[in-house]
Ligand binder design. Structure first.
Ligand SMILES: [Zn+2]
Ligand SMILES: [Zn+2]
Length: 374
């Protein structure tokens, strides 16, 4: 940076030095990091709030439904299971028994055939065969008897199971009836608990949001503006998530759209304000850019002075038209032939030619006092 010479008064420039780009980039990266950390920290607080214990379904259920009923229901469940297993086992045994009885039946049929044959041939059936037939017949009858017993047993068990199932069904219906108000009570308690959590979280976030909003809007010229902005944006996003989580979607929609409307409205008003009532800095920026392109800052007519006197250019082609170098003429004062604005004039301090619309003289650095933009 150039040091100002001692002969000149201290400049009253309001523009601050921007600093090296690396420094500026580091500031922006750190601002982003600050925003993320703020967001995380607020997230931790919110998670702590959310860890507050809600209503307990188990205790409500115990209150509403008699323990005896639930115990009986469990007992019946076990009983039905046992009966089912016993019935399966009986059916299995019955199947084996019926296979055996079929075998006996076959044997009897064969023996009877044998007897028939021997009767036809008028030969007496051997002692052994007769004994066999009698034994087999006896066995068959025994099997049939035990088959009957099995059947009776199976029937009894099935009847027991059916009774148990009927009882359980009735009991479950009764328990369900009792659980309906319990469920209503529980969901009401859950709703109240969520409202409480939302209130606590908003109690944390809203003051932070108000503080951030105040800082961002009122201190937007402060050097610490990026810090305020990071803080504000992080808190705003967090608050939006909290609202989104606890309130029905239709309200969130309105909150979001109103916030966006306020934000866009503010930016728009600011932009219109800049165009309609340009501030000194903004105007200087426009003038500077126009002078760089050798165009009148007021009407954009080309500034044809010095070596550019016989050239033609527009805003876009200005850098392609290279004036002849070498024929350097003495600089002259110049006013725009189109709108009559003075663009180059004599400096009141050093009497060289200076830009009329820029703040400082390029020869002596003297600041122009009665700026037309003021
Ligand atoms: Zn002009
Ligand atoms: Zn000067």
């Amino acid at each position: 940076m150039k040091t100002t010479s001692s002969t000149q008064p201290a400049k009253s420039t309001r523009s601050r030095p921007k600093g090296p780009w690396l420094n500026r980039m580091v500031i922006w990266v750190l601002t982003l990091a600050l925003g993320i950390l703020t967001y995380l920290l607020e997230g931790f607080f919110i998670r702590d709030i959310e860890s507050i214990k809600g209503p307990d379904w188990q205790s409500i259920e115990t209150n509403r439904v008699d323990v005896a009923l639930r115990d009986r229901s469990k007992e019946l469940n076990v009983e039905i299971g046992n009966l089912g297993r016993r019935i399966t086992r009986l059916q299995e045994e019955q199947r084996i028994l019926s296979d055996g009885s079929r075998n006996l039946q076959d044997t009897i049929v064969q023996l009877v055939e044998l007897q028939k044959l021997s009767l036809q041939k008028e030969l007496p059936l051997s002692e052994n065969d007769q004994q066999n037939l009698a034994n087999t017949l006896n066995q068959f009858l025994e099997t049939q008897t035990s088959f009957q017993t099995f059947n009776q047993n199976l029937h009894d068990q099935a009847e027991q199971k059916r009774l148990a199932e009927d009882e359980k069904q009735a009991l479950d219906a009764q328990i369900n009836e009792l659980l309906i108000p319990a469920r209503e009570e529980y969901s009401e308690l859950v709703r109240k608990h969520r409202m409480w959590l939302a209130t606590l979280e908003l109690c944390l976030l809203v003051p932070l949001l108000v503080l951030a909003g105040f800082l961002v809007i009122r201190r937007n010229q402060s050097v610490y503006f990026p810090v305020f902005l990071a803080f504000g944006v992080a808190t705003l996003i967090k608050a939006f998530w909290v609202v989104n989580k606890y309130f029905p979607a239709q309200y969130v929609k309105y909150i979001l759209i109103l916030t966006l409307l306020a934000g866009v409205g503010k930016v728009l008003v600011h932009a219109i304000g800049i165009v309609a009532f340009p501030g000194k800095n903004w105007l200087q920026k426009q003038y500077r850019e126009a002078y760089e392109r050798f165009l009148c800052p007021i009407c954009e007519y080309p500034i044809r002075t010095g070596p550019r006197r016989f050239l033609y250019w527009t805003r876009r082609t200005v850098h392609k038209t290279i004036p002849h170098s070498g024929d350097s003429e003495a600089e002259q004062t110049y006013s725009c032939p189109s709108c009559g604005t003075w663009l180059f004039e004599e400096c009141s301090s050093c009497h060289h030619v200076r830009h009329s619309l820029l703040t400082h003289c390029s020869s002596c650095g003297e600041e122009k006092k009665n700026d037309p933009a003021d």
